[in-house]
Design a protein around this ligand. Structure first.
Ligand code: AP5
Length: 190
């Protein structure tokens, strides 16, 4: 395996995909080759083909053993990729049965991350972004619950760092300050 593996995480609606897309453009200008892979899309390809779900937002309500199986298959596909890779995913997924680790041992051993990035911002901004994004079926959640999820994600990321020796970086993606988030992300990726 060659190249750098950067796993980018954040609660739904924090804007991780927005920051990744913009950072990819900056990296292309600097001629630094990277491939961005969405872990949820890899899981969804299999979940849809197997008839488990119709849309990606249903995946987190599936039986946890099915979610784990989908995770493992996605991790194997991404783990086999060569070069510098960004993995757009979740430190933890909020399911009806509790927080499901996004990067359990069987995912980490496939991905071998160099760094895990936590994209964060204030809970009220996340809440408003979710309400404004009509393309998705977001879970109804209050700001206290978003605070808890962001705290849990830090705990999960620390555990992943202990297991792999990877570094953990926090990137803030605040309203009207997307450029700052891109600068911070590109610094991690260079
Ligand atoms: P995934 O595809 O990651 O979906 P998601 O969590 O819903 O994330 P989004 O892409 O919708 O949100 P985002 O944070 O990237 O925000 P966006 O850039 O769109 O995962 C889908 C599913 O896959 C999961 O639910 C789970 O079931 C499964 N999954 C994935 N990984 C898994 C794993 N490892 N294990 C198990 N299951 C897994 O931005 C949102 C909005 O904010 C936009 O409107 C945008 O314009 C706005 N915005 C962004 N930045 C700013 C800013 N700075 N200022 C103002 N507005 C902003």
């Amino acid at each position: 395996m060659s190249g750098k593996r950067v796993v980018i995480t954040g609660v739904p609606g924090v804007g991780k995909t927005t920051v990744i897309d913009a950072s990819m453009k900056r990296l292309a200008e600097e001629k630094i080759p990277y491939k961005a892979v969405n872990f949820g899309s890899c899981m969804f390809d299999t979940a849809k083909a197997e008839g488990f779900v119709e849309d990606r937002d249903q995946m987190r309500t599936l039986d946890k053993d099915i979610q784990k199986k989908l995770q493992k298959l996605a991790a194997q596909r991404i783990g086999a990729m060569e070069g510098n890779i960004i993995v757009d995913t979740h430190a933890s997924v909020k399911t009806p049965a509790g927080y499901l680790p996004g990067l359990p041992e069987w995912v980490l051993t496939e991905l071998h991350p160099d760094t895990i990035v936590l994209v964060e911002t204030d809970e009220d901004q996340i809440l408003l972004r979710r309400i404004g994004d009509e393309s998705r079926k977001r879970d109804a959640e209050g700001s206290r619950s978003i605070v808890e999820h962001q705290q849990m994600n830090r705990a999960f990321a620390a555990a992943y760092a202990m297991m792999t020796g990877c570094t953990v970086q926090i990137v803030r993606n605040e309203n009207f300050l997307l450029d700052h988030a891109i600068d911070a992300m590109v610094t991690v990726l260079r």
